[in-house]
Write a protein that binds this ligand. Sequence first.
Ligand SMILES: *Cc1c(COP(=O)(O)O)cnc(C)c1O
Length: 434
Amino acid sequence: MLPKIKPYKTLIYLDYAATTPVDPRVVKFMLPYFFKIYGNPSALYKQGREADSALRLARGSIGKVLNCKPEEIIFTAGGTESVNLAILGVARNYPLQPLPLLKGKRERGQIPPLTKGRLGGVKPHIITSKIEHSAVLRSCEALEKQGCNVTYIDVDAQGFVKIDELKRAVRPETILISIMYANNEIGTVEPIAQIGKTLQSLNRSRIKDKRLKILFHTDACQAAGALNLDVQKLGVDLLTLNGSKIYGPKQTGLLYVRSKTKLEPLIYGGGQERGLRSGTENVPGMVGLAKALELVSKNRHKENSRLIGLRNYLWAKLKLKLPEIILNGPELNLKHSNELRRLPNNFNFQIPGVEGEALMFYLDSYNIAVGTGSACSSGHEGASHVLRAIGLKPKAADSSIRLTLGKHITKKDLSYVVKVMSALTGELKGIGAF
Ligand SMILES: *Cc1c(COP(=O)(O)O)cnc(C)c1O
């Protein structure tokens, strides 16, 4: 029997980590680029030049947030594509033989076959973590099939990458390290700036020894709305972010590519985006992405404090009604030299004896939308790879649920959520659903 509580009048959306609604100011900003300034940015007449200058402005505005040059921004169709471009692009650019043996220059556009044994070559090596988004994990797996070695390093019980382990994993043939800025399931903020510094000093000695520089990529899709994105401070060569997590349009994204970083494109054609992403540019999308990033960056500190306050409220109320709940991931409000160590909007916990997925469906009937892990993996992979990597048993992982807050959530919404959740939990335990 479902508890007799009236469904909420409007949807309480608590899955902002899966995607966000688009900010109406972003839509308004995009509209002229559908109807008025619809020219092809490559065209030389005025209509085309106007579209081109809109792209230039968008790149400039993003460059301010990322503290980089506008031309270092490559627009893509989302986070997944940017991640693929970063990882496959670096690997495919890498000649298989070690640098000192390299003779002559490889012709542009020629992809070296990534098979072992070429010139008795050494397989290139990539390091990533066990809790990355599937875009990163699947790209790395694809490269393993094509003859790369990949090390998937462990994280601790809160999801933090261990820098010592990362350093130990580095080999002479390591070409790339890809570590996410913040985790989409448990909100762990990885020490990217610290890894960047470590890598910079490592690279200095490698370059002296005529070995290849190790490139550093971070997947910042979850971090973009909440954390500092200064690529100089972070010390990254490549950074991925997308529109759909920051109140921008879906299928919009970018890859920051530090000057002089060589990548092989994924998509060949007219040579747009400095040859790295051919195809007529999505002008409204890119303009919208830039606007969305500008808006979230301006309001970042204020919104972070508001979300932390709401999350503290939710945790305190839930703990009161359901003392058995267990938090997954870093402590709430954990700080490290003034930097957040957990995303302000992320809340992931277990309710022992209750199946997360069942609870999710019941909450849906009260007009409450929550996640049970990552939107991209729930449904087909069994227990979350992230929760397993932080040491949860399959059953504990399956009794976990993820609530991610965002700008439309109020205290009143959360008080209703607590009411429904505690009533439902009693019911679900009563019928021994799990
Ligand atoms: C959403 C997300 C992606 C994928 O982005 P899309 O724009 O959906 O392709 C990649 N990495 C992380 C951490 C994400 O949260």
